[in-house]
Write a protein that binds this ligand. Sequence first.
Ligand SMILES: Cc1cc2nc3c(=O)[nH]c(=O)nc-3n(C[C@H](O)[C@H](O)[C@H](O)COP(=O)(O)O)c2cc1C
Length: 174
Amino acid sequence: MLTIFHGTARADSNSRKIANFYDELLGKKNIPHQFFTLENVDESIFNKTFHNPKHPQLASIEEHILGPTSKYMFIIPEYNGSFPGMFKGFIDASDVKKCFHNKKACLTGVAEGRAGNLRGMEHLTNIFNHMKMNVLHLKIPISQVHLMLDESGKLTNPEMIKLIDAQIDLFMEF
Ligand SMILES: Cc1cc2nc3c(=O)[nH]c(=O)nc-3n(C[C@H](O)[C@H](O)[C@H](O)COP(=O)(O)O)c2cc1C
């Protein structure tokens, strides 16, 4: 199963709008997939790494969403020069062997500034390799994301749409 993984719980985030665009495009391409966001995750999961016994919502997410995933499309905002702490907190809380080992990933960074979370994506690549994951070479930094969205929050930039389309096709072959 292919899973879009949206990496923040911030309300009305721009990265969610980009993740929604991936969701829509995968649908148009008839590619079966599911959508996962940190928005509805109980915050004690990423604020308190070790629950004993395991937090029931995390157990359910692992069983129904992350465990069955073979490929992840990560949409990750830039917070203070890298990925959000809550995203790493969630990964640290999860059963990494079951959810991430030997799986494939592609990365898209989303930022208000000019870096498009490039640093965060490089850092994540190293972390994911450490977690026995293979990462697609085509990583997309979306800089100044607010300029790429229309009033309704839809991605309209034709060059970016073309790049995302190509990334999806590459990732399907990966
Ligand atoms: C805690 C925090 C830190 C941020 N740090 C940066 C940053 O270092 N560089 C940057 O370009 N934008 C930064 N931003 C702005 C986000 O990149 C911007 O909100 C963008 O839309 C992606 O985040 P979002 O998906 O939460 O909206 C930060 C936002 C937050 C909430």
